[in-house]
Design a protein. Structure first.
Length: 243
């Protein structure tokens, strides 16, 4: 799968691109990531300006259409296969695991990251991107959101996650429509807290039943909305004092 990231700040991605799961996927040839600096397509050859004040006044700066559109078109035509264009914006449809599954069907994604007060509206009108938001809060730019998209999508690219069964059991997936059940590993006891006996029993039928019930109970407690039930807002839990 190929990702083309269009951004004013390509250096934000360097640490992330070197991180283990993605790095291994790139090294194995399963994933390709290319960074493109939108500034390189500025019509202002001298100062490389990419933004300007909004018509009508108001705070902040707006990304120029005559910079963004040529950049997207040039990146699209770098390889014969056209990419699915995603614009990262708080105004987009919400990223959910279902949307991640849709995006993972594509073999090439272009991720267009905004900054400042947003894009000139004509970028949307001309390019008709798939606008995606990672949540109802405003980031300083689309870069972190693009990393979230890549991180979630590559888990579904065959071969990227070591155990091919793994992602099928992630929360929100087909086999796990709610939240994932509680997990335990060694030590068997820690600060007086043990492990549920059933998980030590070796009885796979009983373990599967416990996990199903645990998953349902957690989902009902934490995210009743996922079960189509209404849930009262929960106050943030108090952290216990440190040892
Ligand atoms: N850019 C700024 N805020 C964003 C958000 N919540 N999701 C995606 N892109 C964004």
């Amino acid at each position: 799968m190929r990702f083309d990231i269009l951004t004013l700040f390509p250096e934000i991605f360097t640490g992330y691109l070197g991180q283990s799961l993605l790095r291994r996927a790139i090294d194995k040839g399963l994933v390709e990531v290319y960074l493109h600096n939108i500034r390189d397509w500025s019509p202002d050859k001298k100062h490389k300006k990419v933004d300007d004040r909004p018509y009508g006044g108001g705070p902040g700066m707006v990304l120029r259409v005559d910079c963004v559109v040529p950049c997207v078109e040039a990146v699209q035509s770098m390889v014969p296969e056209p990419g699915h264009l995603v614009m990262l914006t708080p105004q987009g449809r919400r990223l959910t695991q279902a949307v991640v599954r849709q995006l993972a069907q594509q073999s090439r994604l272009l991720l267009l990251c905004g900054r400042y007060e947003g894009f000139d509206e004509r970028v949307r009108l001309l390019l008709r991107p798939d606008e995606i938001s990672i949540g109802d809060y405003v980031l300083n730019g689309g870069e972190v959101a693009a990393m979230v998209v890549i991180d979630a999508v590559i888990r579904l690219v065959p071969g990227v996650v070591g155990d091919p069964e793994g992602p099928q059991w992630d929360s929100f997936s087909e086999k796990m429509p709610g939240l994932e059940f509680a997990q335990y590993t060694r030590p068997r006891e820690y600060r007086g807290l043990g492990v549920p006996e059933v998980l030590l029993s070796g009885d796979h039928g009983k373990i599967a039943q416990w996990r199903k019930e645990n998953s349902l109970q957690r989902t009902r407690q934490r995210r009743a909305d996922l079960l189509g039930e209404s849930a009262p807002p929960t106050p943030p839990p108090q952290n216990p004092p440190l040892h």
